[in-house]
Design a protein around this ligand. Structure first.
Ligand SMILES: Cc1cc2nc3c(=O)[nH]c(=O)nc-3n(C[C@H](O)[C@H](O)[C@H](O)COP(=O)(O)OP(=O)(O)OC[C@H]3O[C@@H](n4cnc5c(N)ncnc54)[C@H](O)[C@@H]3O)c2cc1C
Length: 307
């Protein structure tokens, strides 16, 4: 029986856990891993206080900060995945994949988001055999090769720029005619002699034998199906919020992000707060997630004390 359960070990969850420990709340932080999405980043240049920090080092710093706060009031349950969240007799119960049950007065959902998978034939079969979701992890493996990037947002263009440093060529495929990415990033990538951009095109199949040999796509203008010979396919098709366990309990928006009050991070259910990339917050960044985690904690602390 806890005062607070925090679901998630990214910047939102860890920031809240540090504040909770300092306020002597009996807290459990449940997370599949500590660090969050940017753990795979080569270098984060906007985490305030660090000019540049590899994502893996930021994750280690989060873990060290949590460990420094560890006491009989703070349980760190890493490697656990919350599968259901329910309300019974005024208590909120989080059940994990290993069937552990955590009961609490208050819950902070800070479960972030995961990469949207490429949903075409061959994409699953060739995952890690040419299809990848992490340029900073796998990009160097494709040195001197022709590769494709799927997605015309900032992540797609930033991935392309990263890959241009070592790939023979990079072809970015985007399903719309206009890009979501910032103009300056599009301009920088487009100016590179090894960069090619195909717009208004829909990937339809990943082709390969043991490894990827190509990407089939449909030209949405002509309706023609074309093959692009590539050895690597980097998918940057956006993210989906990790909120499946809260479905039916809380109000979610049309893309299943938790609806929150931006003043205090309260959700539609009393006793449950949410922060970071799992929410309908407009901007998703490490500093914002951490700040929202702290905001939620300050508010829920007062709520717990008034009960
Ligand atoms: C490659 C990459 C690079 C980035 N670079 C930057 C950058 O340079 N600067 C910047 O500001 N932002 C960057 N971002 C964005 C930033 O990483 C996110 O905005 C931030 O991580 C959001 O934090 P969060 O705590 O809300 O969630 P997340 O970081 O997504 O963390 C979610 C946490 O919840 C856990 N979790 C998920 N589901 C469950 C469950 N069911 N049960 C238990 N635990 C669960 C996860 O294991 C994880 O610990 C980057 C993102 C990516 C993908």
């Amino acid at each position: 029986m806890y005062d607070l359960i925090i679901i998630g070990g990214g910047p939102a969850g860890v920031a809240a856990a540090v504040y909770a420990a300092r306020k002597y709340l009996k807290t459990a932080i449940i997370a599949e891993e500590i660090g969050g999405q940017s753990t795979v980043s080569e270098g984060i240049e906007n985490w305030i206080g660090s000019t540049k920090i590899p994502g893996a080092d930021l994750a280690k710093a989060f873990r060290a900060h949590l460990d420094a706060m560890k006491s009989d009031r703070l349980e760190i349950a890493v490697g656990e995945r919350v599968v259901t969240l329910s309300r019974t007799n005024g208590m909120i119960v989080a059940t994990t994949k290993t069937n552990r049950e955590f009961s609490s007065k208050a819950v902070l959902i800070a479960s972030g988001a995961s990469r949207r998978k490429l949903n075409v034939p061959g994409a699953d079969k060739f995952e890690n055999k040419g299809v990848t979701y992490c340029a900073s992890c796998d990009g160097p493996l494709f040195g001197g090769m022709d590769v494709a990037v799927i997605g015309g947002g900032n992540a797609g263009f930033e991935t392309a720029l990263q890959l241009l440093a070592y790939a023979k060529s990079v072809t970015l495929i985007h399903r719309h005619k206009e890009f979501k990415a910032d103009a300056v990033t599009v301009e920088k990538a487009s100016a590179h002699p090894n960069m090619r951009i195909i717009t208004h095109a829909e990937p339809t199949e990943v082709i390969g034998e043991q490894f990827v040999t190509g990407l089939r796509y449909k030209d949405k203008d002509s309706g023609e199906v074309k093959d692009l010979a590539v050895s690597g396919i980097f998918v940057e098709a956006g993210v989906i919020p990790n909120t499946h366990f809260a479905e039916g309990l809380l109000e979610l928006d049309t893309v299943k992000r938790v609806k929150t009050d931006p003043r205090n991070q309260r959700t539609s259910v009393e006793g449950i707060w949410a922060a970071g990339d799992c929410t309908d917050e407009l901007y998703h960044q490490n500093n914002i997630a951490a700040g929202d985690g702290v905001k939620a904690l300050e508010d829920l602390y007062l709520w717990i004390k008034k009960r």
